[in-house]
Write a protein that binds this ligand. Structure first.
Ligand code: XMP
Length: 318
């Protein structure tokens, strides 16, 4: 009978058979799919798998450290972190258009990944965390479908690398991928994380990005997510995050007038992200989040909660 335990066992054998004693690379993002694909492949070929994690500087607070401690220290993977923060920031300087941001980040990501991959000559395989719904999506996305956003997924395929592609999760649904991850011993925090877009915080800062705005948004987002976790709401919603609106509004700090940015909180209930309802998080919790943000992040004078559903609003603001 078909069980996921059998799947894991057979897949490991299959990967061993395919790759043998050659070497493989994977772009690890810390998202569910690439994480499970990496750990599954690591079980099959051990340190002949090199996982490359590109830090583009548009990640959430402590994300780099969490990925490193989970995959290198806890799961024992052969993991390389590429610090490409300055590279991405300088490419994004002055760029305001969301699709332009996506394009730059997608292309730059591939370049950084390629550079890292080419450092070693004997890599024969590229592992990808493609899952069943991605296969369906790309089959559907013929020329006729109208795309609202380009949805660059970090980990997009490098074109000038001569590698064989292995997609060990291709026949699995998302919930099966999570179960496989559990069987392989991946922590819950990785497997039940909210979706996070490839271009990261770049599309959650409206308009131009800089280091100052990134620092502010990381703090705000962290407060929101931490509070949702403390109150048990993190697992009840499909995706939650903060957005930085770089419009200055007036506030009072102590007995002085202050002038700071607006933070928007977005939380949605959804199945696949195609449609979404705004989450009915209790006012008491939003109240706690709001005061924590304005108390702890001095650059923010005002917090708003996004009560738009999709459609017509998309989940991300850009
Ligand atoms: P939207 O904003 O289109 O988002 O309603 C639907 C889901 O897709 C995610 N999203 C992206 N994911 N690259 C990604 O990998 C992108 O450019 C991108 N844009 C949106 C979004 O976070 C939500 O889960």
């Amino acid at each position: 009978s078909w069980t996921l335990m059998d799947f894991v066992e057979n897949k490991i054998k299959e990967i061993k058979g395919t790759i043998g004693d050659k070497k493989a690379i994977i772009a690890l993002s810390g998202g569910v799919d690439s994480s499970v694909a990496a750990v599954l492949t690591h079980k099959a070929i051990g340190n002949n798998l090199k996982a490359i994690f590109v830090n583009h500087g548009l990640l959430r607070m402590n994300e780099v450290e969490e990925v490193e401690s989970t995959f290198r220290d806890y799961m024992g993977l052969n993991l390389i972190t590429v610090d490409a923060q300055e590279r991405f920031l300088s490419k994004l300087k002055g760029v305001r258009d969301p699709e332009q941001k996506r394009k730059i980040i997608g292309e730059e990501f591939i370049r950084v990944f390629e550079q890292e991959a080419k450092k070693e000559k004997d890599y024969g395989y590229l592992i990808q965390g493609t899952i069943y719904s991605d296969v369906i999506e790309s089959a559907k996305s013929g020329k006729k479908t109208f795309k609202i956003k380009s949805h660059h997924n970090v980990g997009g395929l490098p074109e000038n690398i001569d590698l064989n592609i292995v997609e060990p999760l291709k026949e699995l649904f998302k919930d099966e991928v999570r179960s496989v991850g559990e069987i392989l011993g991946l922590p819950r925090e990785i497997l039940y994380r909210h979706p996070f877009p490839g271009p990261g915080l770049a599309i959650r800062i409206i308009g131009e990005i800089n280091e100052e705005k990134l620092t502010i948004l990381k703090k705000v987002d962290n407060i929101f997510i931490k509070t949702l976790k403390e109150t048990g709401w993190y697992d009840k919603v499909w995706q939650a995050f903060a957005v930085l609106i770089p419009v200055k509004t007036v506030g009072i700090s102590g007995d002085k007038r202050s002038y700071g940015y607006v933070a928007a909180l977005r939380s949605v209930d959804s199945v696949e992200g195609m449609t979404a309802d705004w989450s009915k998080i209790p006012f008491e919790i939003l109240d706690v989040v709001s005061s924590r943000i304005t108390n702890e992040v001095e650059e923010i004078t005002r917090v708003v909660y996004d009560i738009s559903s999709k459609p017509p609003a998309t989940i991300e603001w850009e």
